[in-house]
Design a protein around this ligand. Sequence first.
Ligand SMILES: Cc1cc2nc3c(=O)[nH]c(=O)nc-3n(C[C@H](O)[C@H](O)[C@H](O)COP(=O)(O)O)c2cc1C
Length: 508
Amino acid sequence: MESPVQPQPNPLTIPSYTDLPFYRKQVRIALRNCGIINPERIEEYIERGGYLALAKAVTEMTPDEVIGVMKDSKLRGRGGAGFVTGIKWEFARRSPAKPKYVICNADEGDPGAFMDRSILEGDPHSVIEGMAIAAYAIGSEEGYIYCRAEYPLAIAHLKIAIQQAREFGFLGKNIFGTNFSFDLYIKEGAGAFVCGEETALMASIEGRRGEPRPRPPFPAVSGLWNKPSNVNNVKSYAMTPQIILNGAEWFASIGTESSPGTAIFALTGKINHTGLIEVPMGTTLREIIYDIGGGIPGGKQFKAVQTGGPLGGCLPAEALDTPVDFDSLVQAGATMGSGGMIVVDEDTCMVEFAKYFLTFASAESCGKCVPCRIGGRRLLEVLTRIGNGEGKPEDLDEIEYISRNMKEASLCALGQLTPGPVMASLRFFRSEYEAHIYDKKCPAKVCRGLITYKVIEENCTGCMVCKRNCPAGAISGEKRQVHYIDPNICERCGICIEVCKFDAIMIE
Ligand SMILES: Cc1cc2nc3c(=O)[nH]c(=O)nc-3n(C[C@H](O)[C@H](O)[C@H](O)COP(=O)(O)O)c2cc1C
């Protein structure tokens, strides 16, 4: 009998999240489970095909076959350098010494970056599974995840995941009833950026000071405790199970010829939709910033995008059609790095922006080699001088001279790449540097040494709010009288502009 109640059409059409502009162009491989499964329940990972790749690798494939698939997929390590993962595994496999170690680099110290932390928080098993597959491929029985202690949720989820993987027999002795045994430990890092460099990272695991050493020997030959070791980034391991399950061809069909697969970015800065994104390599910066990120807030103009973290570089509006992949970004004048992407608008001073990254990188220099220890400081002195309005015409040559020497003579990529953001901003925004030096002006009106706060007389009602809030006591004036800012006392903190309700303060 027909039901007396006829179903009514639903007046509310709730779109799938994949229809939202933020997700429409995304292809999620490493992030496929993030936000979808409960990372504290291994069952939910298994329900989405988890540990099938490990089962396939150890029960159906030889270690050489696993390495073959990884090589054919042409996966390039997602930690920054972009070295082909399968080749790295092959080197480690061929190293005769034993034991061998598998290490996951989860240091992630770039300001504004949260790709690796989010994967560990949202899908720790994908990394554990990737590491176990790497261990099988190179012949290792012991692994370490080096994660900075500032990521407590990532560490908590990892601890739960490792324990559950042991209980389910995915870690430990005789995995899937085979001869393969592998277990995993977490090493908490104290939060030094240089400890993300693989040789410094291994020194830190050994309990030594986190300082890099020259390579060769590469970790695959002599790494942790001088034994063959394979170091990969969180994202590289998280992609591995999908490559083993779906095949090298599938992975290589996504992205570009020389950079297959997807790129993961932590999209931040002056952009409407910030967050973690995963897109096929070759997607353009414009698509990321406008289609996914929703453009620049407040109708402001896009000015630049910094890729590659504090050691990367910025690109201007003319480069918006650059495809994001390892080689195109370098060709354009930036780098891929580990996936930080910071967008800035017209209100950003590019000298100040470069100084921000330089301040970070020079403070994080471990001090072991002179070019990095001294060069970073000298560069910062020059940039500080320029920002304070004390720049000299020869400063631009000085920047190039110091940068060249740091690049050529530093021991590790920290020193070699510290000048990157300065050099990129000088290349694309040279006129801004010149305005600071020759005209003593900061075009974006940011650099404190080059700006003056002034009261706009016709707008000032004498409400006293700015005077009351000025921390330096630089503002004078009676009630209902036009106020005055003393430029010799003013600290250019901008609080007066923030609190003024009458738009009565301007920057010159
Ligand atoms: C100063 C510095 C910091 C680094 N930080 C990281 C990091 O946080 N995570 C990472 O995976 N690689 C980092 N790297 C790169 C590593 O040395 C190494 O190349 C990487 O972990 C290899 O993994 P992959 O082949 O999967 O990219 C850093 C390198 C330098 C010079």
